[in-house]
Ligand binder design. Structure first.
Ligand code: UD1
Length: 415
């Protein structure tokens, strides 16, 4: 069955190593298309989104080899062809291939991308930015064809911050003619990782980590080996689990320097964090919580991807709380499922109000990636047995959530 079974009510105790970042590896894999040669990507997580991205690269004529978390991509035989619709359909990051492919082959036809149903997630800004860079795009009901004789640098003034649009524009700009300015650029650590990868390959990018990126187009990039940083969202998920169950866990390789807002929030909600050179040590329930509200935002604010796991922390705290979601308009899909477990949560507009109630085990359904992981977190903490169905959503981003949580002392198995 496509599910996990959790025997809840146990304190977490143990250690696990945090996998490489999903949201960093996907655009970096797309970026290999810009390089005529063999790139080696280390610490590339073994998750289904990466599998789909590698499949897309293969379908474009790349040779892809995978040994555990090491991925080798040879783009020398890249050909111009349409992308397989089943991979494009399941994963929003397929849109990332657009900027890179246009830079390399000048023509791309694809269907509209899929991804988690956490909002309308249009791609209008992706297409608008590329049009400004000299791409002619013809849309139809199911997808579009984009074509350019040469990408041109320009000033991209975006109406708001978007991670994906920033990444796509970077990928289109590094080999474009002249200078591209992206403002406001997203500052997420995964964008910094993409820029570092490209810089090592010879790209010229100023302002990395700031909200204004300036990219000076170069004629070619060269092959590189790059290690993907650890996944701050996966680390945050296990942190939230420890806050829900209590206990002490060590998260090896957790990228604490990129988790400031989440770690600060965790401390305000009662956890204690000790910073070690190779990870973080968490005491899930160290003191009384002093804060019961949070608002999501673009980095460095509290990440929207951590919103559902922290909703669970709040629901289990025995206190009232509230969460304002400012990034996606439909990111409270976990609420009806948590209510099946006894939670008292109501949603008004973009704010969820969490009441105080006792939760219990139940059969619940993952509706999307992070919400699915958050349901597992809830199930770990409550008395009784729970089943979380639609495990495939969770597999999109977690290498082996069952193994990792077992290493942390949980009673959990595939179902
Ligand atoms: C990325 C992350 C995702 C994270 C999100 C916000 C990856 C693979 N995914 O998603 O995990 O939750 O950033 O941190 O890295 N928008 C438009 N038009 C566009 C593009 C976006 O209106 O053309 C809107 C979206 O609907 C959303 C907002 O912009 O409301 C932000 O989305 P964006 O930052 O682009 O998120 P993703 O790149 O899809």
């Amino acid at each position: 069955m496509d599910a996990v079974r959790i025997y809840g009510g146990k304190c977490l105790e143990g250690q696990t190593t945090i996998q490489g970042s999903k949201n960093a590896s996907l655009p970096i894999l797309a970026a290999t298309l810009l390089i005529n040669g063999i790139c080696e990507i280390e610490n590339c997580p073994e998750i289904s989104d990466v599998y789909h991205m590698l499949r897309l690269l293969k379908s474009l004529g790349c040779e892809v080899e995978r040994k555990g978390t090491l991925v080798r991509v040879n783009t020398e035989k890249l050909s111009e062809c349409d992308m397989p619709s089943d991979s494009v359909g399941v994963m929003r990051s397929s849109i990332m291939l657009l900027g890179a492919l246009l830079a390399r082959t000048g023509r791309v036809c694809m269907e509209y991308p899929g991804g988690c149903v956490i909002g309308s997630r249009p791609i209008n800004l992706h297409l608008q930015s590329l049009r400004k860079m000299g791409v002619v795009i013809e849309e139809n009901e199911t997808g579009f064809c984009a074509e350019t004789s040469r990408l041109r640098g320009t000033v991209l003034k975006l109406p708001f911050v978007s991670v994906g649009v920033t990444e796509n524009a970077i990928l289109a700009a590094v080999l474009a003619e002249g200078e591209t300015v992206i403002k406001p650029a997203a500052r997420e650590p995964e964008i910094q990782a993409l820029c570092e990868f490209l810089q090592r390959a010879g790209a010229k990018i100023d302002g990395i980590g700031s909200n204004c990126l300036v990219i000076h187009g170069v004629n070619r990039l060269h092959a590189v080996r790059y290690r993907v940083p650890a996944d701050r969202i996966v680390a945050g998920t296990y942190l939230s689990a420890c806050m829900c169950t209590g206990g002490r866990i060590f998260l090896r390789d957790a990228p604490a320097h990129h988790m400031e807002s989440v770690l600060n929030c965790a401390v305000e909600m009662g956890a204690a964090i000790e910073y070690e050179t190779d990870g973080i040590l968490i005491n899930g329930r160290d003191h009384e919580a002093t804060c019961h509200m949070l608002a999501t935002g673009c980095y460095p604010a509290f990440p929207t991807d951590m919103q559902s796991p922290f909703m669970v922390v709040m629901a289990l705290s025995g206190q009232r709380g509230c969460i304002e979601e400012t990034v996606f308009e439909n990111r409270f899909r976990i609420v009806p499922e948590l209510c099946k477990m006894g939670a008292d949560i109501t949603v008004h507009g973009n704010t969820a109000y969490i009441g105080s109630s006792k939760l219990h085990g139940a059969i619940v359904q993952a509706e999307e990636l992070r919400g699915g992981a958050a349901l597992v977190v809830a199930a770990l903490a409550v008395e009784g047995t729970s089943i979380v169905t639609n495990r495939h959503y969770i597999d999109r981003g977690y290498e082996d959530i069952v193994l990792s949580l077992r290493q942390l002392g949980a009673s959990i198995e595939l179902a």
